[in-house]
Design a protein around this ligand. Sequence first.
Ligand code: SAM
Length: 270
Amino acid sequence: MSDINLFTAARAKKSLGQHFLRDERVVQRIVELMRAEEGDQIMEIGPGPGALTVLLRPLPWKRLLLLEKDDHYAAEHAARPLPGLEVVAGDALAYPWESLEGPWKIAGNLPYNVASPLIWDIVSRTPNLARAVFMIQKEVGDRLTAKPGTKDYGALSVWVQSFVAARKGFVIGPAAFSPPPKVDSAVVVFEPLPEERKPQHPEHLSRLVKICFQQRRKQLQGILRRALPDSFSPEKLVSLGIDPAQRPETLAVEQFQRLAEALFSGKNHG
Ligand code: SAM
């Protein structure tokens, strides 16, 4: 397979989750899922040697922001300037997502070791996320898109699906990368939900899902009584149409949002 990168890859660093795409068709499919349009603001996370960046550079964007933790690759990209192209050498986990003004489309073949916390932050903190397309470990993709009552449904599913509609684009095996990872990968597409469907107080929802999914097999009433002894009563569940004997993994995303409001937005904070 010929080199599809913008420049030659250095030896891959395991600590930075470096598995470089080597299959051009896969890269094309990711970029197609971005649905880039004239005047877009696009961010790529972890451009590395640039397999995706090669196809992003000629698109009709207004701004293209490359965020790369590996100084070597950040410098390589900075050495290939274009009007509207900005390179940030930094850690995506520490990026101030709130500072992104206007609509942004975000893409990346993410380092698998940080994909979950990164997506947690991006969907909830980017003020006007227009679309995101991420290549991640397939198992994380299963959790992001999981429906209630399934084994993959957990805190990450509820949280992310409270801000965006997440759907799996396609799945690919290790051979599409160099060096090949040990696991399959999936591309997941995120589209923002209307504002009225997003949580009113994200901090309350975050607290609730963390409490609930530490003990996903227990009944809600038991979990909540233990965690919030002062404010919880089973009537709060009943008034929301939730059976106190239900287990967290059976609750819909909207039910978690309503429950978080009922538990934490009143006077009786637990
Ligand atoms: N985009 C390239 C490709 O598809 O071949 C590289 C993808 S590689 C899976 C992940 C990239 O993310 C690497 O370039 C790595 O250096 C970078 N990276 C790792 N951790 C990062 C972090 N915390 N913030 C920003 N970039 C990071």
